[in-house]
Design a protein around this ligand. Sequence first.
Ligand SMILES: CC(C)(COP(=O)(O)OP(=O)(O)OC[C@H]1O[C@@H](n2cnc3c(N)ncnc32)[C@H](O)[C@@H]1OP(=O)(O)O)[C@@H](O)C(=O)NCCC(=O)NCCS
Length: 319
Amino acid sequence: MEIKILSRGEESRVAAELAEKNHAQLRKELSFLPERTVDDFLRRLEWMIDKGRLFGQFEGRVMRAFMGCFTIENFRNEGPGSLTPDWCLYTEPGVEGRLQFSALFRTMLSDVLDDGVRIHAFGVYSSRRDIAEILDLFAYGRIVMDAAVPTAELDAALNGTAVPERSVEVVIAHDTDAEALAELDAELAAHIGRLPVLMPDPRGDDCEEWRQRLAEKDSAAFLARTPDGPCGFIKARNPQFDVTYCVHDDSVLAVDGLYVRPEYRGTGVGTRLLSEIVREAKSRGKRLISVDCETMNPEAYWFWIKYFKPITWSVLRRF
Ligand SMILES: CC(C)(COP(=O)(O)OP(=O)(O)OC[C@H]1O[C@@H](n2cnc3c(N)ncnc32)[C@H](O)[C@@H]1OP(=O)(O)O)[C@@H](O)C(=O)NCCC(=O)NCCS
């Protein structure tokens, strides 16, 4: 077994073929996910060769597995961290795969630690339960779930769910709601900053950022309010760089914020807000709805897992 740094050309193409095979396996379990080609992965892996490091594990001249990572200057507001995205990791299943994983991991991580980077995270497809088990044994803990559901399926699931009290109405958010939304967003950030998530320095969008966001063509936002004032919001847009590549597609509407004030929780307001996103997705012809959430945020995790299917788990270890 030999480990080599991969270069552009034949080596990156073989790695891209393995990445495509891995993705095809994920799509066997989650057939609603957009298709990917070898070229899609080739572009990403060549980016990794330029910006990060990419290692292949060879048996003779044949590449069997690969693993790579790159450094993010301020990873989740915690300083420099290294990330292995879900598309940048392939090992064979079974015993061979475990050996490949261990060898690649040692090589890649010693490089990361030599650079003085003390945080490393993996994205792992939910179909790779074998890799998730290894990472569990290697003391990596889950931090984020990326999940999705077909719009039609969510629509059917939400049909008939309890509606909140009449006194709560949900409306499309307008420019004039920017101040109220900024206030609610600050509360959401504070929630993420407290136990059990403890995200350092979280911040929501301020009033001006909300104005800009609401003016964007692909933005969707709804406000829940009572006669006493606003009590929650939901927002969505086209998938951005910070969510799994699996959902980067025109057919996807990505939810990137949901909040209900504590005194209104558990009465169906969150569900009602989500129903508006479904309606919006249908009217835009979006076939899929995606979301990502902190796994250690219990309210959010249990809300999303009720309707959405995990695509990728992100796991992290501090060294
Ligand atoms: C997540 C949140 C928006 C849910 O809003 P909500 O109005 O309480 O949600 P609903 O009343 O519509 O609950 C729908 C379902 O979610 C699940 N759920 C919601 N909160 C839950 C909790 N604390 N524990 C377990 N399940 C929960 C339940 O299955 C519930 O259905 P049920 O009442 O039939 O059992 C709300 O808890 C919140 O604002 N949390 C803090 C901010 C946050 O974490 N936002 C998400 C960022 S990704």
